[in-house]
Design a binder for this molecule. Structure first.
Ligand code: UDX
Length: 470
């Protein structure tokens, strides 16, 4: 400790916690604040409240001098030169982001400012939020020369958050102040000059051959827009490929081949072109709504964004239709479900398409046996108790089920032996909402196999009794 910049991070949620641990990891002394005393006590004891690869390992590497946890904003602000605001911005009923936590925190920070501070907004916020933060500071008696506000949006994904933070594609710093810009440059210095990557050469929490990210200086308004515009664009890519998938199904084409062929054009790129049940999670649905509300308020035509959302909402119904077309009646059908979180690699079930689908299936009278490698505890909290049970592994879920539904992209689902599946299932019927399984193989093994944007493999001719013994 003692070296680097003294940093406070307000808010121990996903973004705050990852940022705090990673800032300590690259050489700063960090105090992380949250008003949830139980959470702080757990963190002080080395327990991480979220499921995130490498985070616990990285937390354990930090000394008590380089990373501390407290419930006092005032204490954290006084002990730091830069204060990152990473509190939640939950959606209001009208779709706008609720910025009241940001305002409360800004007011509390104001009262503790005793020397020059850089106040950094890291939460995803609408444009002009940094102006509002500046105003709140001034209204609370902070001299304009005593603090500058910077917008430094975070682009990390759940499941790969540590790597995304330490090996970002770019670092955006939106500020009008040269002094604040210098502080930000030194905070990210170990990434910008590559020295951190050399120090931790080939650590498994870094990407393979990490390269120093570019730092882009913008106005605060541009930085705020970059975050929302990027997320909306990624959501747009997903809805786009889901539309193409529907066309592929009718044309007898394969959306994975189409997406691969498209993605080789460097202007398009391979990523975020996987068809599926649509996007979920704590960011895309909320951010898109907030961005659309913002655009609407500005008088800008945001029909494009509305369409992205509508396509996304329709994906669940489309998949329900596929299930019905093979299963006929759903009442009393026993279905094995693999994957409950909003994607693989996480325990987060917020806005999970899998949860939405399971709710509909339960409402139709299906019996569900579910397995998720990380998200069963979180799923239990949001799903009705009636009609669903949980098991400890994928094969147990399939035992005597009328069909298997693969709903998230956990790599381990891909490893399940089709022969073992066939032995377990009452009927060799598989619905694969993430195109995770090998279609050719499923076909060879005699499965009825329905995926997204690829020709369905129809029921084989053998009698059910023979197939079961195969
Ligand atoms: C996202 C952004 O990627 C990240 O930059 C931002 O900071 C926060 O929001 P995250 O919510 O963790 O991150 O999930 P991400 O991996 O981006 O996936 C979002 C959703 O889109 C998931 O439901 C995922 O299954 C879905 N998705 C993603 C697809 O359906 N197809 C794809 O090709 C990619």
């Amino acid at each position: 400790g003692g070296q680097g910049t003294r940093i406070a991070v307000v808010g121990c949620g996903y973004v705050g916690l990852v940022a705090a641990v990673c800032f300590a990891e690259i050489g700063h002394s960090v105090i992380c604040v949250d008003n949830d005393a139980a959470k702080i006590r757990a963190l002080q004891a080395g327990q991480i409240p979220i499921h995130e690869e490498h985070l616990a390992e990285l937390l354990a590497l930090q000394s008590s001098a380089s990373l501390r946890f407290t419930t006092s904003i005032a204490e954290a602000v006084r002990a730091s030169d830069a204060v990152f605001i990473a509190v939640g911005t939950p959606p209001l009923d009208n779709g706008h982001a609720d910025l009241s936590f940001i305002e409360e925190v800004a007011a509390e920070i104001s009262g503790a400012i005793d020397s020059y501070k850089v106040i950094v907004e890291k939460s995803t916020v609408p444009v002009y939020t940094s102006d509002w933060i500046s105003k709140i500071l001034r209204r609370n008696g902070v001299d304009p020369s005593a603090a500058d506000v910077v917008s430094n949006p975070e682009f990390l994904r759940e499941g790969t958050a540590v790597r995304d933070f330490l090996c970002p594609d770019r670092i955006i710093v939106g500020t009008c102040s040269d002094q604040a810009f210098r502080v930000m440059t030194s905070i990210y210095g170990p990434l910008l000059d590559g020295s951190y990557y050399r120090r931790r050469a080939s650590a498994d929490f870094l990407s393979h051959n990490p390269t120093a990210p570019p730092l882009v200086r913008t106005s605060p308004a541009s930085a705020e827009l970059i975050k929302h515009a990027s997320n909306a664009f990624l959501a747009l890519k997903i809805s786009y490929v889901n539309t193409i998938a529907s066309m592929c199904e009718i044309a007898g084409a394969d959306v994975d081949e189409v997406a691969h062929g498209m993605g080789l054009d460097r202007r398009i790129g391979q990523q975020f072109l996987s068809a599926g049940l649509g996007y979920g999670g704590s960011c895309f649905p909320k951010d898109l709504k907030a961005f659309r509300s913002l655009g609407h308020e500005m008088g800008v035509d945001v029909a494009l964004l509305r369409e992205v959302e509508r396509i996304n909402e329709r994906q669940i119904d489309g998949f329900m239709g596929k299930i019905r077309s093979i299963m006929w009646n759903l009442r009393n059908k026993k279905l094995a479900v693999l994957g409950l979180a909003f994607k693989g690699g996480t325990d987060d079930v917020r806005e999970s398409p899998a949860i939405k689908l399971v709710r509909q299936l339960l409402a139709e009278g299906c019996e569900i046996v579910a397995f998720d490698p990380a998200a069963m505890t979180t799923a239990r909290r949001v799903l009705p108790e009636e009609g669903i049970s949980y098991v400890d592994n994928a094969l147990d879920a399939m035992n005597d089920a009328d069909a298997l539904l693969v709903l998230t992209d956990w790599p381990e689902f891909r490893e399940i032996d089709p022969q073992a599946m066939k032995v377990q299932l009452a009927q060799p019927i598989v619905f694969d909402a993430r195109n995770l399984l090998d279609r050719e193989l499923m076909m060879q093994r005699g499965f009825t196999y329905v995926s997204i944007g690829r020709p369905a493999v129809e029921e084989c001719e053998e009698p059910v009794a023979l197939r079961r013994r195969a």
